[in-house]
Design a protein around this ligand. Structure first.
Ligand code: ATP
Ligand code: MG
Length: 390
């Protein structure tokens, strides 16, 4: 017999009439995620999702870890399997939860019966196992109202299960329930975090990277693909679109005033991202911008940039300090890759005196020598698609 995993649905439960579609999205995300760990059944019942291995070869440890990265799950609990016999259940509970039972002063047992042919009712089973545990742990007192420890039992078709302590899940909403967005992914610390934060709110992510070869190297591109790979366990499978950006940057350098260079470059990014969003039914563009972090992230600069976006620009890091962003980057596992020392296209042609409080009219004026439409079309025609799987 193999352990199973119980997931408690997160915010999904608040969604009222939409609950069913949220739950379906969540269970299909879970099924897709579990494929490589062996055959499991996934069933939802009263905001609990039961993940049961269908073969002794299933990798339950791997599955347990992977499910901790699925958005829409509030807690992940491992449950020990045991034979469907009351005495065996009591023995297994005493053994499996030994440390917690020894540490608690008060407890209660709660049972659920999926298998209606089981000879005891849920109440009888709880009372029986409660009695046995009371005997086995003399310091433990039953308390039905405010127990320190609740021992959960589940009698299912294949086996009975005893729950261990829940660990926090990834939280958020199931990916795919909030629509899709283009996420601008550089090789820095910020954009993997902003991408993750929007995926956490249920957004399916289409990563876009602007690549300025040979000013930035193959290694810089590889770093971005590596970051995308680290995000896949959270975001699901993704196809990174690598947009050739060199010609645009050279044209900006040669035809536009230097102090507006960065802003014009960012306006071109927004135009390209908007075109990709339109082609892929994406409702927004996500960036890793944070207010005041650099010259191009003042309110005026953001306004000048946004001017070229056809869909809302979501900036989940806007109010975060670098320190807070780094803490998230470490938590999600992207930090060590982000700090590898490869250049980004933004740093290649950085103006000496970037304009921090640009006037929109002036930015538009500064850009007028640029052949915007042909440059956009040329870049879009050269996009490279890189599929990233688990
Ligand atoms: P990051 O740490 O994410 O690189 P940053 O603090 O270096 O961000 P900028 O370089 O000004 O800030 O970029 C702001 C945002 O613009 C990034 O977070 C990212 O969303 C997007 N961006 C910047 N460069 C690129 C690029 N080469 N490809 C795709 N998106 C980019
Ligand atoms: Mg950057």
């Amino acid at each position: 017999m193999t352990d199973m995993i119980l997931l408690k649905e997160g915010e999904v439960v608040l969604k009222g009439l939409n609950k069913r579609s949220f739950e379906q999205k969540l269970t299909s995300n879970i099924r897709r995620r579990l494929k490589r760990f062996g055959p499991f059944t996934v069933t939802a019942n009263q905001s609990v999702i039961y993940v049961e291995p269908q073969s002794p070869d299933c990798d339950v440890d791997g599955a347990f870890q992977a499910l901790g990265q699925v958005f829409g799950v509030m807690t992940v609990t491992r449950a020990a399997a045991c034979e469907k016999d009351p005495a065996a259940i009591a023995r297994r509970a005493a053994e499996y939860l030994h440390d917690e039972l020894a540490a608690a002063r008060t407890f209660k047992v709660e049972s659920r019966r999926g298998d209606k042919a089981f000879p005891m009712t849920s109440v009888q089973l709880s009372q029986y196992v409660g009695g046995e545990l009371d005997d086995a742990f003399p310091d433990l007192v039953a308390d039905m109202h405010h127990p320190e420890l609740t021992v959960h039992l589940e009698v299912r078709d294949r086996a009975a299960y005893i729950h261990g302590t829940p660990v926090p899940g990834a939280g958020g909403l199931p990916v795919g329930t909030s629509g899709s967005a283009v996420s601008l992914l550089s090789g820095g610390i910020d954009s993997p975090v902003s991408t993750w934060m929007m995926a956490k709110r249920g957004v399916r992510i289409l990563p876009v990277h602007f690549f300025s070869f040979p000013y930035t190297s193959e290694l810089a591109k590889q770093k971005v693909l590596d970051l995308a790979r680290l995000l896949v366990p959270w975001c699901g499978r993704m196809t990174v679109q690598v947009v050739p950006f060199t010609h645009i940057q050279e044209e900006i350098r040669d035809r536009c005033p230097e102090d507006y260079g960065t802003l014009i470059m960012r306006r071109m990014m927004m135009r390209l991202a908007s075109a990709i969003a339109a082609d892929n039914h994406c409702g927004a563009i996500v960036t890793g911008e944070s207010l005041g972090q650099v010259a191009s992230q003042t309110m005026e600069a953001m306004a000048a940039t946004e001017d070229c976006a056809d869909v809302p620009v979501l900036r989940p890091l806007v109010g975060m300090d670098k320190k807070e962003v780094i803490a998230v980057a470490r938590h999600i596992g992207t930090f060590d890759t982000s700090i590898l020392p490869y250049e980004d296209c933004c740093t290649v042609f950085t103006p000496r005196h970037p304009c921090t409080h640009p006037k929109l009219a002036k930015v538009r004026e500064a850009e007028k020598n640029l052949d915007v439409e042909p440059l956009i079309a040329e870049a879009l025609a050269g996009v490279e698609f890189v599929k990233i799987g688990y």
